[in-house]
Design a protein around this ligand. Structure first.
Ligand code: SF4
Length: 374
């Protein structure tokens, strides 16, 4: 379990390790694969800033070697903005007065058809965390309804027991995303003020449950800005390697969301600059050469265009962050403001200009079926 590993790395130990890193540590890790926690610390540390060009070059070379010149495209489909949690940074937080909506299965199908017409074959079903509204059977029904339209379906909803995960996998889900948001316990407690998500340890075990259930992709991330970024990224790197080693049949996906404006007011405690984000993404590529690195439309077109050819392997485009945001007339509250509002054609041509082919289908659930005898 990752919880045990995390206790071996309290904040003071992580900060000491990062502070001790010098230029020679960074130069050494740039010459060979990153193996130890010291290597991860060196890549994330301020000592690596003067090496940023070199770091980006290594990240780019590794990404092209492992993934080719392609970018996997996906779109989020929001099922519901009901939430039983109070997360002070989120537009769905329970106490906010926003228009709440949970899509019917017909509405989900309409959204799915819209995304399919745009060309998407990979979809991420997202919802607020309200387990009695967006429950196991509802998710299962949604997945079965949209399965004909997509080759890959992932989910980002509340944590559920492994038994429910097994049912979703059977229905056609192949990926799961669940962010710890921050691995810094005091920071976690200060922003998760009410609801089941308050329980740090319960959330921490979820991805191990998901790995045991057999999801093909396990997606993790921190919400950059909630806690000092370097130690959160260090813990994120530890978590990623733990999952890769423990659930070796699954691919690990890592996201780098930064806090965005939303319906409430939230002052970001620890701003993360564009340069720090670039360093974090490059460091994670060197630490996890085979991981999917994901960038959403939270970031600006210019920054997405700059980061895409370096180490990103999966991007969303023309995203709506409210339930029914693509095709349902009734307005409902969005989770956060989207920064990149370009059309799919505009995103594709920007990727093409960077030498990347946007890929909409590189997987089909039928790949996972056992081979039949003749
Ligand atoms: S971050 Fe997730 S759990 Fe928290 S309020 Fe937003 S939707 Fe709900």
């Amino acid at each position: 379990m990752f919880a045990e590993r995390l206790t071996q790395w309290p904040a003071s130990r992580v900060e000491d390790l990062i502070a001790q890193c010098g230029a020679h540590d960074v130069a050494r890790v740039l010459e060979r694969p990153a193996r130890s926690e010291g290597d991860l610390a060196a890549l994330l540390s301020p000592a690596a800033v003067p090496f940023l060009d070199h770091l980006a070059g290594r990240a780019r070379a590794l990404t092209r070697q492992r993934f080719g010149h392609v970018m996997q495209m996906y779109a989020p489909l929001y099922l519901s903005n009901e939430c039983s949690n109070r997360c002070t940074y989120c537009g769905f937080s329970q106490q906010l007065s926003i228009a709440r909506k949970t899509l019917s299965i017909d509405e989900i199908e309409r959204e799915a058809k819209h995304l399919r017409q745009l060309g998407f074959r990979h979809v991420l079903l997202v919802s607020g965390e309200f387990a009695s509204i967006v429950h196991g059977d509802y998710v299962q029904a949604a997945v079965r309804a949209i399965r004909p339209f997509f080759s890959s379906i992932s989910i980002e909803v509340a944590p559920f027991p492994a038994q429910t995960y097994a049912q979703w996998i059977d229905a056609g889900v192949d990926g799961i995303t669940l962010y710890q948001e921050t691995y810094d316990r005091p920071a976690y407690q200060s922003v998760h003020v009410a609801g089941p998500k308050k329980h740090f340890d319960k959330r921490l075990v979820t991805m191990d449950d998901a790995g045991r259930a057999g999801f093909r992709t396990l997606g993790i991330g921190v919400l950059l800005g909630l806690a000092p970024a370097l130690r959160d990224l260090f813990w994120l790197g530890l978590h990623a390697r733990h999952l890769a080693h423990t659930h070796w049949r699954s691919r690990i996906a890592i996201s780098f969301p930064r806090i965005r404006p939303m319906a409430g007011s939230f002052a970001t405690p620890f701003e993360v600059t564009d340069t720090q984000l670039l360093q974090a993404i490059c460091a994670m590529r060197l630490w996890m050469p085979d991981a999917e690195l994901v960038l959403s439309t939270r970031e600006s077109p210019a920054l997405r265009d700059a980061l895409a050819p370096i180490a990103i392997t999966k991007m969303s485009a023309c995203s709506a962050t409210s339930p029914g945001g693509y095709s349902v007339a009734t307005a409902s509250g969005e989770q956060f403001a989207v920064e990149d509002r370009r059309s799919i054609v505009q995103v594709q041509s920007a990727l093409a200009a960077a030498g990347l082919e946007s890929v909409f289908k590189d997987f089909d659930a039928s790949f996972l079926q056992p081979m039949g005898g003749a």
